[in-house]
Write a protein that binds this ligand. Sequence first.
Ligand SMILES: NC(=O)c1ccc[n+]([C@@H]2O[C@H](COP(=O)([O-])OP(=O)(O)OC[C@H]3O[C@@H](n4cnc5c(N)ncnc54)[C@H](OP(=O)(O)O)[C@@H]3O)[C@@H](O)[C@H]2O)c1
Ligand SMILES: [Zn+2]
Length: 335
Amino acid sequence: MRAAAFTDLVGPEGVRVVDQPDPEPARGEAVVDVEACSINRHDLWILEGDSAMVDADDLPFVSGLDVAGTVREAAPDVTGVEPGDRVVLCPNETCGRCRFCREGPENMCERFSLYHGGLAERARVTADRLVALPDGVDTTTAAALPTAYMTAYRMLRRADVTTGDRVFVPGATGGVGVAAVQLCDALGIETVGTSRSAAKLDRVREVGLDRGIESADTDEIEAAIDEPVDAVVNHLGGEYSNLGQSVLRRGGTMVVCGRTAGGTSEFDVADLFLGHKRIVGSTMGTQSDLERLVAFVEDGRLDPVVDETYPLAETGAAFAAMQERESVGKLVVVS
Ligand SMILES: NC(=O)c1ccc[n+]([C@@H]2O[C@H](COP(=O)([O-])OP(=O)(O)OC[C@H]3O[C@@H](n4cnc5c(N)ncnc54)[C@H](OP(=O)(O)O)[C@@H]3O)[C@@H](O)[C@H]2O)c1
Ligand SMILES: [Zn+2]
């Protein structure tokens, strides 16, 4: 089979289509004919050599978490899926033994890791991590869901927001950002988002953004937010954390899942305790979150934004578009 492998950790030009042996399912596993796999900034970190998870010794490395397709083969002990089933993968890898695996939520597993291998024609996966796709949900749309939408959904749950609240989404045009905006819109929550691009903000307005601030200057953004927000979906980190804390209302919650704009942030301690604010970390979501998201798509409440699809041979171009910050929503590699 063909795979779009990272052969050099130098950015998009390090992606090559290589031939690899066809995968065989081991106990508890299935092999999926991959029809679509969305990319995430997580894959780009790896490709740019900025992830502790993959180094030169691991090359060629096949990334890709968000797999959707059709089951080709299942190991004899697998009972939950069979060849021909249309599925999307929950990329969570958990130990099944720690207290979070036993009591939930599973995404807090003490040995939590992520599946990689979807940027290929076939993927060998844990069968129990496959979520069935209803007829009305196509595989390109489904592939947009796992990492970005599951993470945004869990962040909103952690922020405990409800209809009528206001949420600030700095960086509202990417995978997690657009997902947060659309989920808020579906829940009747108002959103304020930012981007350095007016054109990209216009497109996010079309899918539910209430107010867009075109700026990359955190002081300017802070000045533009005249009314404090109930929660912040912060996938940028760096100085956006200070900004998020500043615009948070008394008792509000900022949920942090990423570090695109910087791996360290400073906090105004007095503002934190005097304002009774909460800052919480969050990673991915649970498989039941993903099941719910699939149901939201099926019943028409959610229509994930896929900006562009790329054939497997053009996976490098998909990463270049992400690196250049050209896209809105998700980029999906299709076979
Ligand atoms: N912990 C988790 O489980 C988890 C899960 C998913 C994602 N994440 C993290 O969340 C972040 C977003 O992931 P993603 O896949 O949604 O990425 P993405 O699609 O590439 O995000 C693009 C968004 O980020 C903004 N952006 C990019 N670089 C920026 C910079 N240097 N300064 C300010 N804004 C910048 C873009 O703003 P413009 O519109 O101005 O270009 C755009 O709104 C990443 O850090 C990722 O690792 C974490
Ligand atoms: Zn565990």
